[in-house]
Design a protein. Structure first.
Length: 169
């Protein structure tokens, strides 16, 4: 059931965000916990601001993942995510569902918290991290059958260039 969704995603990324949300919701397991206390002590002093569509289920899954890793997350619903991505300098070819800001960096999509922590620790001269699409098995995109697709998070340069940042088998 995930294969058609996965194929659809790349096509949908340049389409209306409402379609992305629909695909997103379809892949989100029901019963995702709504609240989870952020109790871990970590290098997460900076608030993660997440821009998302109000009806995006997997966006909430990623938010819970970030909170579980110790981040403080503030969610901001937007009816025009394409405009948000353009404002924050996310190339549309790299688009996913939600777009986040933390510590002067942008985060596109279901980037694992460990990569964000490394980013904030190493502080490279870059615009941020991008994980285009919505890879099955990435944080917030967990599959009920346990499937995990390989994916690579890329470092987005200030000039729009991309280079591999972390590979997730
Ligand atoms: Cu998503």
């Amino acid at each position: 059931m995930n294969v058609p969704l996965h194929r659809m995603v790349s096509l949908l990324l340049v389409a209306a965000s409402a379609f992305i949300v629909t695909a997103c919701d379809a892949a989100t397991p029901p019963g995702t916990p709504g609240k989870q206390a952020a109790g871990h002590a970590a290098d997460t002093t900076q608030v993660v601001h997440v821009h998302k569509d109000a009806y995006c289920g997997c966006c909430n899954g990623w938010i819970e993942h970030m909170r579980a890793a110790g981040f403080t997350v503030m969610a901001h619903d937007s009816a025009d995510m394409v405009a948000v991505k353009q404002r924050l300098g996310i190339p549309l070819a790299q688009a996913s569902c939600h777009t986040a800001e933390v510590g002067g960096y942008v985060l596109e999509g279901h980037v694992p918290a460990a990569d964000v922590q490394r980013l904030l620790r190493e502080k490279p001269a870059a615009r941020g991290l991008v994980l285009p699409g919505m890879p099955i098995g990435s944080p917030g995109m967990e599959s009920p059958d346990g499937r995990r697709d390989a994916f690579t998070v890329a470092l987005l340069g200030k000039d729009g260039s991309l280079q591999p940042y972390s590979r997730h088998p």
